[in-house]
Design a protein around this ligand. Structure first.
Ligand code: NAP
Length: 241
């Protein structure tokens, strides 16, 4: 059976992506780190809609946790493989660069770039063996244009784009695609403290985006129909840039 693993699927975009990929027929692995209750709700929603889902707790920043969890999953699923990987887990630690602390820089880098590296390195191997795979990495408009107070976040999200383009070239001969989705402002916990009027004024389409809208784009990139799209960055931002 083909599984889809979504990192950070307890809340926000990851939750919406997991629920959408389950509707597309994938058995879904719901990764979480701290929010166990919310992750269980994602699984329950999927099962209530007739889908198949299981939990995977790991901190994407910790390579040893990633290796142990994937190894255990593979041992428990000898007939299955992860055909879709969505590297979605991410954090913001905003600060002007002059005031930014080492921990703020490291946490954002390690979550976005460390997480991408540790998980993808493990999972892409089996995709290559099966000559089939879809990797979708969640970047941000901040990684394309920069944003005040986000030197750490913008660097991590821009780095994710570079890494995705390099990996796309490496794995294309094995029919594995690697693409990036770059959302603008989307209504999740991450944006709940932002000035909603500011968002409406900044966005040409005049509203914040919905997690389900990002999930629909990810589902397309994960589909068989997207087989000829790789190494691309697709923005979903209401026309911001
Ligand atoms: P969110 O509501 O804050 O949710 C973040 C998710 O990431 C949670 O499920 C959290 O899991 C998980 N996570 C964080 N650190 C983790 C770690 N070390 N290991 C495993 N999971 C971890 O954020 P969101 O808005 O859904 O954002 C999802 C992605 O979209 C992020 O990469 C973000 O940068 C990107 N993005 C969001 C927006 C937006 O406007 N919302 C715009 C552009 C890009 P736990 O709670 O279980 O720890």
């Amino acid at each position: 059976m083909e599984y889809a693993l979504i990192t950070g699927a307890s809340r926000g975009l990851g939750k919406a992506i997991a629920e959408r990929l389950a509707k597309e027929g994938y058995a879904v692995i719901v990764n979480y780190n701290n929010s166990e209750k919310a992750a269980r709700e994602t699984v329950e929603n999927i099962e209530a809609a007739g889908g198949k889902a299981e939990l995977m707790k790991l901190d994407v920043k910790e390579g040893s946790q990633v290796d142990a969890a994937i190894e255990a999953w593979e041992a428990a699923h000898p007939e299955d493989y992860i055909a879709v990987l969505v590297n979605n887990a991410g954090v913001r630690e905003d600060s002007l660069l002059v005031f930014m602390q080492d921990e703020q820089w490291d946490k954002v880098m390690e979550t976005t770039l460390g997480g991408f590296f540790y998980l993808t390195r493990r999972v892409v191997k089996n995709m290559m063996t099966h000559r089939n795979g879809r990797i979708v990495n969640i970047s941000s408009v901040s990684g394309l244009t920069g944003m005040q107070g986000q030197c750490n976040y913008a660097a991590a999200k821009a780095g994710l784009i570079g890494a995705s383009k390099a990996l796309a070239l490496e794995v294309a001969p094995r029919k594995v695609t690697v693409n990036v989705v770059a959302p603008g402002f989307i209504a999740t916990d991450m944006t709940s403290e932002l000035d909603q009027d500011m968002i409406k004024k900044t966005v040409p389409l005049g509203r914040i985006g919905k997690p389900e809208e990002v999930a629909a784009l990810v589902a397309f990139l994960a589909s068989k129909e997207a087989a000829y799209i790789t190494g691309q960055v697709i923005s979903i931002n209401g026309g911001v840039c």
